[in-house]
Design a protein around this ligand. Structure first.
Ligand code: CA
Length: 453
């Protein structure tokens, strides 16, 4: 079986919910574009913006970027709302809310010319899975380019209130017998995430496994779109949920659950979600790509200024974006989390979502070593065959365009000290003491007790 067939089959086994829940624009359900080339954008040529050097004027002024209503999407929304896209000549750049990750995947397959999107916010390794044709219709390979990381942290694992007082925290050692007992009783612990084989599933799997619980055999895993999580936790459809802010916070705020832990506690300054755009769009519009990147980078800098966080909460709360009371966003954006279940409140700006810089340096720069962790973790859980590690460089180099990020950073005048000189961030350390050395991913796999590989 080929790599592609292997993962497609694996994926389909768990992807039903998100595919069924897909909502497409312009009624393109079941009618994917038959010819990629015909999907080339047809926007009018850009009129140079007053403050854009004519030599840098983008080839087009429009791009459609998708987002999911989680804090990960903040830089894209801010680039539109604070005028950064327009500042760099992308006067027609727009962000479009996606019903769920499956819908985002479907819409990028269609492209903006067909009423879909050109790119936007992605969980990892979705851009690689789309590029390799592992989650696309008919296994069509649709090359995507990862251009920037949009944020770190800002995610958590929420637990339904009926499990209070059972020692369910970041460390599950003292809750293990309770969770295994639920399986024995015929009511296995059900844990949900928003899309299979990407960030949220990896966080919850890592958390279980670190506590000696096998996520494949000791609990049940399921896919639930972020916007449906509160209802599902209230009705008892799920016991745990892994997603981006403000959803875990809202579960505590609405008193229907508590937080076992924050991803910031699992892996400080971990890779989270990314800006990725269709490769054909980038190749056809190199100057517009630079304009988009510079606008997003400037938005990331704006988002990271603590003085702007209150305004950021107001912007994100808007009806066309998250459509929530801004108070639900203000806590997480300040790094303030009510944890519940007797746990002390977290109150540390550095534990919330960060967009431009963190304690390890650049947030925005897309490290190839982080792509490798996502691929290694995919191998760990059997989502990709073990042989994938032998050609991981090929998969990563085809998608990760850190070269374009550096070009934009230099053009934007980012200080040299803030532009990484290596594509590896080096050794990563997790809350359970494990280490991932990008130079030796197999040693990391060997160090893990619970795995499929
Ligand atoms: Ca996330």
């Amino acid at each position: 079986m080929s790599f592609s067939q292997y993962s497609r089959r694996k994926f389909l086994a768990t992807a039903g919910a998100s595919v069924a829940g897909s909502v497409l624009l312009k009624g393109c359900v079941g009618n994917p574009p038959s010819d990629t080339d015909s999907a080339a954008p047809t926007n009018n040529a850009a009129a140079p913006a007053v403050n854009v050097n004519p030599a840098d004027a983008p080839e087009v002024t429009s791009i459609q970027l998708g987002f999911i209503p989680i804090v990960e999407g903040a830089p894209l929304i801010v680039a539109q709302e604070k005028g950064f896209f327009a500042k760099y000549g992308m006067t027609g750049a727009t962000v479009a809310k996606q019903a769920n990750w499956g819908a985002a995947r479907d819409n990028v397959e269609i492209g903006s010319a067909g009423g879909g999107i050109d790119g936007g916010l992605w969980q990892m390794p979705m851009p690689h899975l789309i590029s390799e044709g592992l989650i696309t219709k008919g296994n069509r390979k649709l090359p995507m380019y990862v251009l920037a990381q949009l944020n770190t942290q800002g995610n958590g694992i929420a637990i339904a209130n009926k499990h209070t007082g059972k020692n369910i925290g970041l460390d599950l050692t003292n809750a293990r017998d309770y969770i295994l007992g639920l399986k024995s009783a015929g009511t296995p612990f059900k844990a949900a995430y928003t899309f299979p084989q990407a960030n949220q599933e990896f966080w919850i799997r890592y958390w279980f496994a670190a506590g000696g619980i096998n996520p494949d055999t000791d609990v049940q895993l399921l896919v639930v779109p972020a916007a449906q999580t509160v209802a599902n936790m209230q009705t008892g459809t799920m016991d745990a949920f892994s997603t981006g802010d403000p959803w875990p916070y809202r579960i505590v705020n609405d008193n229907i659950g508590f937080l076992a832990g924050l991803t910031a506690e699992m892996w400080q300054f971990h890779p989270e979600e990314y800006l990725a755009i269709r490769g054909d769009w980038v190749d056809q519009h190199p100057k517009a790509t630079q304009a988009v990147l510079k606008a997003v980078m400037e938005a990331q800098q704006w988002c990271d200024d603590p003085a702007n966080r209150a305004e950021l909460a107001t912007i994100l709360a808007g009806r066309e974006f998250f459509n929530l009371p801004k108070e639900v966003l203000e806590g997480p954006l300040k790094g303030v989390y009510k944890m519940g279940d007797g746990k002390p409140e977290v109150n540390n700006f550095q534990s919330g979502p960060l967009y431009w810089k963190d304690g390890r340096g650049s947030v925005s720069y897309p490290y190839k070593s982080h792509d490798l962790w996502f691929i290694t973790e995919s191998v760990r859980w059997g989502f990709m065959p073990e042989s994938t590690l032998d050609n991981a460089d090929r998969i990563i180099n085809a998608v990760n365009r850190e070269d374009l990020w550096k070009e934009a950073a230099q053009s934007l005048g980012v200080a040299a000290a803030d532009i990484p000189t290596s594509t590896s961030r080096g050794v990563e350390r997790f809350f359970d003491g494990k280490e991932f050395d990008p130079a030796n991913p197999k040693a990391y796999l060997e160090s893990l007790e619970i795995k499929r590989v």
